[in-house]
Ligand binder design. Structure first.
Ligand SMILES: C[S@@+](CC[C@H](N)C(=O)[O-])C[C@H]1O[C@@H](n2cnc3c(N)ncnc32)[C@H](O)[C@@H]1O
Length: 264
């Protein structure tokens, strides 16, 4: 499987540090960390990312939104609430696809949606689609229906980037052809580059990937070798700095960042 399936990938990153790129880590966290029981937001509330979604997508009668690594965030439900507040119904929420490789995350999200729909006396108990899917596994990703306008990524690329780089010898026979091309011109492919190649297959040309990250240089070391530039399907556009709120008086101001990558 491309980049190794999550069960094959080691639970420890390079140097033995705890890493965030395995489904076993996340499943265990979702089962045992009390903060996850009622929902935990990485980086900041969903409003920062929501406010960066192009208005033409939020007003579209048939938006196609791919939310990757949903965890226990309220982002998708907040988008569904937004549509409901605009239209008085929930049908456009059917265009919000929720993906995570940890089954417990998807269970949490389904249950949260069910409770909300019950609270507004909606006639069905699920509108949004859900999928347990490893984004680094091309054999799973290529089975998905594409055509998305936007990818919402709130610290999922951060998690994935803790995985170890890939080498030509690690690539399975059914790896995405663009990865094979890149691997011929570089010693190591960062996992975030694997993510980029896989996501590009799911996003329309002209679509965007909104990558909300704690890192000020999330894309700085994602260097595509000159001889493989033509297979890299994203152009890095604007970067919005998001000030991080702190309860500590006089704490130094920390910023997170929302990167817009344009599908070319
Ligand atoms: C840092 S958490 C962010 C959760 C949520 N987006 C938020 O903002 O609170 C990273 C999420 O990505 C998921 N994830 C990590 N690697 C993944 C992969 N290869 N495929 C699918 N999901 C993955 C984890 O299960 C986890 O839910």
């Amino acid at each position: 499987m491309a980049a190794g399936s999550s069960s094959q990938r080691s639970a420890k990153g390079a140097g033995g540090a705890l890493s965030y790129h395995t489904s076993s880590y996340w499943n265990s966290r979702f089962a045992t960390d009390p903060r996850e029981a009622s929902g935990f937001e990485w980086l900041s509330s969903s409003s920062s990312l929501l406010s960066c979604i192009p208005s033409c997508i939020l007003t579209s009668p048939s938006p196609r939104i791919l939310h990757i690594g949903v965890g226990t965030s309220s982002l998708s439900l907040d988008i569904a609430r937004y549509f409901h507040a605009q239209d008085g119904d929930c049908s456009r929420a059917a265009g919000v696809m929720n993906v995570d490789f940890a089954p417990r995350s998807i269970e949490f999200q389904r249950s949260a949606e069910r409770q909300w729909l019950q609270s507004i006396a909606h006639s069905v108990d699920e509108v949004m689609p859900y999928k347990v899917l490893d984004l680094l596994d091309w054999s799973q990703v290529c089975e998905m229906q594409g055509g998305f306008d936007v990818v919402l990524d709130k610290s999922t690329a951060d998690s994935i980037s803790t995985g170890q780089d890939l080498h030509l010898d690690d690539l399975p026979t059914n790896a995405h052809p663009a990865l094979r091309k890149i691997a011929q011109h570089t010693k190591a492919i960062p996992t975030i580059q694997v993510l980029g190649i896989h996501l590009a297959a799911l996003v329309k040309k002209g679509g965007v990937w909104l990558c909300h990250s704690y890192s000020s240089d999330r894309w700085a070391d994602v260097v595509v070798p000159p001889d493989a530039q033509q297979v890299w399907p994203w152009r890095l556009g604007e970067v919005v700095d998001i000030p991080v709120e702190s309860d500590i008086p006089n704490a130094p101001q920390i910023q997170h960042h929302i990167y817009t990558l344009h599908r070319i």
